[in-house]
Design a protein. Structure first.
Length: 302
């Protein structure tokens, strides 16, 4: 019989970090609770949590409510000022975050150095208003923000700069054994010298179903587009329309692929004849669940 090898604290920490970082959207606190119990070592757990939570929070771009109900802040690298300080451009506030508890503990006004120039703010504010309107229509539980990531000190025409649009939405329903998330990041390069705006979008959809099983979806998509450099309001409308078009198109393609799953993907995943030597009844897949009714149909299980 092979001798059991005791893991070092560093190995335990690395394994714990892996589980925390790979938690589905909205579920890291559940994973953390179980990890603390399994490790039975607060020192190792705390080190893993301090390393993993900031990365997880920024990767998933979680949304936290600021004290005083002044608004929400997106925890993202685009608004990160320090390890636990994040700018909310819409309210011109800086939120101080407790990463492990995933709460905003306090806020302070942003300094002039932390905010875009009045010229850049015209473009950022106009785009923020349009994206806020779009996100409210498309993602009822979504949160959005627009950040200036390059050239924020430009004082007038003739300068290139960059804005980033972030849209984050989650629908958490653990009591029904399912959670879902949407995340889109759009980088917009304002090229004043050639009067062009270039857009690059990265879209990500995640879903986790865990009733009598564990099924996860992680779909990603990238797209590019461009439009002409115009006034702040006209730029905002054009950008919002482009984002709406690409995101609607992508969601439509996902829906179409799901409708084709029974005839394509699911068939490819199964062997021609299962261990029961009985053909799978594809003609009747919509009339039973994936557990109890399949067992009854195939005559397996009790």
């Amino acid at each position: 019989m092979a001798e059991e090898v005791e893991l070092s604290d560093e190995q335990k920490k690395d394994i714990a970090k892996w589980f925390l970082l790979n938690s589905p959207a909205g579920e890291i606190q559940y994973v953390a609770k179980d990890l603390r119990t399994v490790l039975n070592d607060d020192g190792v757990y705390n080190e893993a949590a301090l390393d993993a939570f900031p990365v997880y929070n920024k990767t998933h771009m979680i949304c936290l409510e600021m004290p005083g109900r002044i608004g929400d802040v997106l925890v993202t690298s685009y608004g990160e000022l320090a390890g636990n300080e994040f700018l909310d451009p819409r309210t011109a506030q800086v939120a101080i975050i407790d990463h492990v508890k995933q709460v905003c503990t306090e806020v302070r006004p942003a300094s002039d150095e932390e905010l875009p120039s009045p010229y850049i703010e015209e473009f950022r504010g106009a785009l923020d208003a349009e994206i806020l309107k779009y996100a409210g229509e498309a993602y009822p539980k979504g949160v959005c923000s627009v950040f200036c990531t390059d050239g924020k000190d430009a004082e007038g025409p003739g300068s290139n700069f960059e804005l980033v649009v972030v849209i984050s939405a989650t629908k958490l329903s653990p009591q029904n054994f399912c959670n879902g998330s949407w995340l889109s990041v759009w980088k917009i390069e304002f090229k004043d010298d050639i009067q062009v705006l270039e857009l690059t979008g990265k879209l990500q959809v995640g879903a986790h179903y865990f009733e009598e099983g564990n099924v996860q979806l992680d779909a990603k998509h990238e797209c590019k587009d461009s439009t002409i450099f115009q006034s702040p309001d006209d730029c905002a409308v054009s950008i919002a329309n482009i984002i709406r078009h690409h995101e609607t198109e992508y969601l439509g393609s996902l829906e179409a692929s799901y409708l084709n799953l029974p005839d394509t993907t699911f068939k490819d995943l199964r062997r021609k004849l299962p261990v029961t030597r009985t053909l799978f009844p594809w003609h009747n897949t919509l009339q039973f669940s994936l557990t109890r009714d399949i067992q009854k149909e195939l005559g397996i299980g009790k």
